[in-house]
Design a protein around this ligand. Structure first.
Ligand code: ADP
Ligand code: ASP
Ligand code: MG
Length: 465
């Protein structure tokens, strides 16, 4: 069972989570808990690390650390009744707060922030949370042991910020966490792990979903449950469309597409370990525990739903590479992709017109400068005439396995957008036919989501009944 940041935002919520875990354990289940950082902490760590490296203000670091320590002390006092356990947890928290403060002050002096140090700093969110949750469980009378991802056996590559778990992690997790589940509730930090040299790595933002799936697969859990503050995977982000409804059942592949195409509710790789081991994943609401939420399974036995959900990727940029010389010039696409790969640019979407005179790409906004620079350098003379770009675009996708072989879906999408006077900049359909995605200006994006959610009638009924 994984709990996100909102589920453990403060001491009262942590106590609720501890009680919930214990209730499942006492009902005869074996449970391992995975947790994120307390709500907002990871963002705070990242912002302050960046500011420390840019401004070098030690006083600002100290102020941040005082607030961070207070947030965690307050949580301890609300989540843990037992004085002895509270003192033990405070001792652990004090050591970590002290280490973190030293690291941030170091960054102030160095004026430098590497991907490796970003992972180290951001790991403190989860490393401060886990002792409190484990302490809260113990204070309610059930045995519990806290683990960092590394201690639990999660080994990764050293791709800081987006590390990949190594195969040996599964056996290691089974050895460390496995034996404890009989009589205890182990609590493991989500999001963070270690490379083979014992250096802290992270699995990317939102990575605790991925940790839960890894640990669940390693211990061969019957089910992996992701507890959030929403009622499951919904037909779209309820922050954009409040009348979005919960999808009661969805296939692994659809859930993966949804997360690839921006539904923040799930980390894009969270489903992979569950798929390999065929473990059902449930997404449930921490604050409405009786609500069934969403069940993610291999089979999709209710595919009459053409569209299941509408998603939105923000903070992307479009690059348009054009030139008459590109027509019939073999190897241009290869050169474009190699150039971008060498510059470390992740390509989200590709579209080439059949005239071959231009190619459009969607990339992360943060990669735009280096992408344009690399392309201009690589094509400074020859086939490419111009590298144009647009920073303020979004990708909208309609996802659903039912659109496979179902004619008229694209017509419905673009007809509705036309009626809504929304201009489409670029279109792409994966050959999986499980999604149709397109690009619009940022200012049109939420309206596009609303129009399509309405067009496919997604707010009225659940996706699978
Ligand atoms: P956690 O921290 O518990 O992992 P997240 O904040 O990462 O939770 O994910 C939940 C958020 O995802 C919700 O607050 C919601 O705004 C957003 N979201 C985006 N798309 C969807 C969707 N299709 N279904 C549910 N939530 C969504
Ligand atoms: N705390 C991490 C983040 O905010 C991981 C997670 O919440 O899943 O990205
Ligand atoms: Mg998340």
């Amino acid at each position: 069972m994984k709990f996100g940041g909102t589920s453990i935002a403060d001491g009262k919520k942590i106590r609720h989570v501890a009680q919930l875990l214990i209730s499942y354990k006492e009902a005869g289940n074996q449970v391992v808990a995975i947790t994120s950082a307390l709500g907002g902490v990871t963002d705070g760590l990242l912002t302050n690390a960046a500011e420390a490296s840019q401004k070098g203000k030690v006083s600002q670091v100290k102020e941040f650390m005082t607030d961070l320590a207070k947030k965690h002390y307050d949580a301890i006092s609300d989540a843990i009744d037992n004085e002895r356990i509270a003192d033990e947890v405070i001792e652990t928290i004090d050591i970590r707060i002290d280490e973190l403060e030293k690291a941030l002050i170091g960054i102030c002096y160095l004026g430098e922030l590497t991907p490796r140090s970003i992972d180290y700093i951001s790991s403190y969110g989860e490393r401060l949370a886990v002792p409190i949750i484990s302490g809260s469980i113990r204070s309610l009378g059930t045995d519990s042991k806290p683990f960092t991802g590394g201690e639990a056996g999660i080994s990764t590559t050293d791709d800081y910020g987006n590390a990949r778990p190594l195969q040996k992690s599964y056996a290691q997790i089974r050895r460390t966490v496995g034996p404890l589940v009989e009589n205890s509730i182990p609590v493991v930090t989500g999001f963070i792990a270690e490379d083979e040299n014992g250096i802290i790595t992270t699995l990317g933002r939102g990575g605790s979903d991925f940790t839960a799936s890894l640990v669940g697969a390693a211990i061969q859990a019957d089910e992996i449950w992701l507890w959030k503050e929403v009622h499951g995977i919904m037909t779209t982000d309820p922050k954009i469309v409040p009348e979005a409804s919960t999808i009661s059942q969805i296939s692994y592949i659809e859930a993966m597409e949804l997360s690839y195409f921006g539904a923040k509710v799930l980390h894009p790789r969270a489903i992979e370990p569950a798929i390999i081991h065929g473990i059902p994943v449930r997404v449930k609401n921490t604050f409405d525990t009786q609500f069934p939420g969403t069940l993610i399974v291999a089979d999709q036995n209710c595919s009459e739903e053409v569209a299941k959900a509408v998603t939105l990727i923000r903070k992307v940029a479009a690059i348009n590479i054009c030139g008459a010389g590109m027509v019939g010039a073999i190897g241009t696409a290869a050169k474009i992709f190699t150039t971008l790969a060498n510059a470390g640019v992740n390509i989200i979407m590709i579209s080439q017109s059949s005239s071959e005179a231009n190619m459009s790409l969607i990339i992360e906004q943060s990669h735009l400068k280096r992408a344009v620079k690399a392309l201009e350098h690589a094509f400074n003379e020859g086939v490419v005439g111009e590298v144009a770009y647009d920073e303020d675009v979004c990708v909208v996708a309609v996802v659903g396995a039912g659109m496979d072989g179902s004619p008229g879906v694209a017509g419905k999408i673009f007809g509705a957008l036309g009626k809504g006077k929304i201009n489409v900049i670029m279109i792409s359909q994966g050959s999986s036919q499980h999604n149709i995605s397109f690009v619009v200006k940022e200012e049109d994006a939420e309206e596009a989501v609303k129009v399509l959610h309405r067009e496919f009638g997604l707010g009225k009924k659940n996706g699978c009944n």
